[in-house]
Design a protein. Structure first.
Ligand SMILES: [Fe+2]
Length: 129
C-alpha cells in the first residue's frame, strides 16, 4: 500500500494535535509495513490503542468548553473507533490464521478512518481550539 504521509492541508490548526495525527499515521504506516520477521504486531496494535486513547483524551480536553459543532457525534466516533480497535486486537490474539486474514482489511480501514476523521470531523474544530 502507498506511503501514508501527513500533508499541510491536513492541519487542524493546532500543532500539538497535528503532531498527534502524524504519530498515529506513523504507527499505521508501521502496521502497513508489518512483516512477521521484523515486527511484533501485538505490540504495534497496543501502541496504536494506547496512543489513540491518549490523543482522544487530549483532543476532547481541548474541545471541552469550546463551541464545537456536532460535538456529541464527534465523541461518539471516538468511542466507536476505540471499541473497534479493541475488538481487532482481540481477534488478532485468537490465531495466526485470523491475523493474516484480517490484516489487509484492518490496515485499509485504519487508513481510511484516520484520514476521513481528520479531514471531515476534526476540521470542525479548526480555528476554535
Ligand atoms: Fe477527533
Amino acid at each position: 500500500m502507498s506511503e501514508l504521509e501527513w500533508q499541510e492541508s491536513w492541519s487542524v490548526g493546532n500543532p500539538v494535535l497535528d503532531d498527534d495525527h502524524k504519530k498515529l499515521l506513523a504507527i499505521i504506516q508501521m502496521i502497513s509495513d508489518y512483516r512477521p520477521e521484523s515486527a511484533d504486531l501485538t505490540q504495534l496494535f497496543a501502541e496504536l490503542e494506547d496512543y489513540t486513547k491518549y490523543h482522544f483524551a487530549r483532543e476532547e480536553g481541548l474541545m471541552d468548553g469550546a463551541d464545537i459543532p456536532d460535538l456529541a457525534a464527534h465523541l461518539k466516533s471516538h468511542r466507536s473507533f476505540e471499541e473497534w480497535l479493541h475488538s481487532v486486537r482481540y481477534a488478532f490474539t485468537v490465531s495466526q490464521e485470523s491475523r493474516s486474514l484480517l490484516l489487509d482489511s484492518v490496515d485499509e480501514y485504519l487508513r481510511k478512518w484516520l484520514i476521513n476523521h481528520i479531514l471531515k470531523t476534526d476540521m470542525d474544530y479548526k480555528g476554535l481550539i
